[in-house]
Design a protein around this ligand. Structure first.
Ligand code: NI
Length: 185
């Protein structure tokens, strides 16, 4: 099943998402739906708030980035109730985009390593340190669970310049090639 992606302006993207437990109804179905929704929109990560669910769950499939980033090879994972334990390494800049913010791409600075505690889809706990592009995607997706978007990391002047485009996303007047739910419709 493919769900519409909630666009910038929807309040669910600004909420602190809630933890879930093993009894969460139809969890596997939800995970499958998230992967399908991400795949049809050519994303490499998707957080549950982006399909309107304020729960602490995100998925990543970075395998398409393997050519430029060897660490992305076969990287397909589910992160449930994640908790960032440590950010480390040097900050590096990378041009990010987000399925909820179509048409905007901005260079964002983030630390190169992240140590994260999370549960996988069978609720097995992991504590792992990731680096490179994987650490980048994890931080971007984790932000979604905190009600944060990548554009919150750009400087105020830059954000001012993006204002018009952001209003257009709220209104749903931007071109998109996947299904979205806009806040004003
Ligand atoms: Ni995003």
């Amino acid at each position: 099943m493919v769900k519409p992606v909630y666009g910038y302006g929807n309040s669910v993207l600004r909420k602190h998402a809630e933890e879930i437990d093993e009894s969460y109804e139809d969890l596997q179905l939800l995970i499958d739906t998230m992967f399908e929704t991400m795949n049809v929109s050519d994303g490499v990560g998707l957080a549950a708030p982006q399909i309107g669910l304020s729960i602490r769950l995100f998925i990543i499939d970075a395998s398409s980035m393997v050519e430029d980033y060897p660490e992305a090879e076969d990287f397909k994972k589910v992160f449930i109730n994640p908790e960032i334990i440590e950010l480390s390494g040097e900050e590096w800049r990378f041009v990010e985009g987000c399925l909820s913010v179509p048409g905007i791409r901005e260079e964002i600075s983030r630390p190169s390593q992240v140590t994260i505690k999370y549960y996988d889809e069978s609720f097995t706990e992991h504590i792992t340190t990731y680096s490179g592009i994987i650490a980048r995607i994890i931080q971007h997706e984790y932000d979604h669970l905190e009600g944060k978007l990548f554009i919150d990391h750009v400087n105020p002047l830059r954000k001012k310049l993006l204002k018009k485009q952001l209003v257009a996303i709220e209104k749903g007047t931007v071109p998109i090639d996947y299904r979205m739910k806009f806040s004003s419709r």
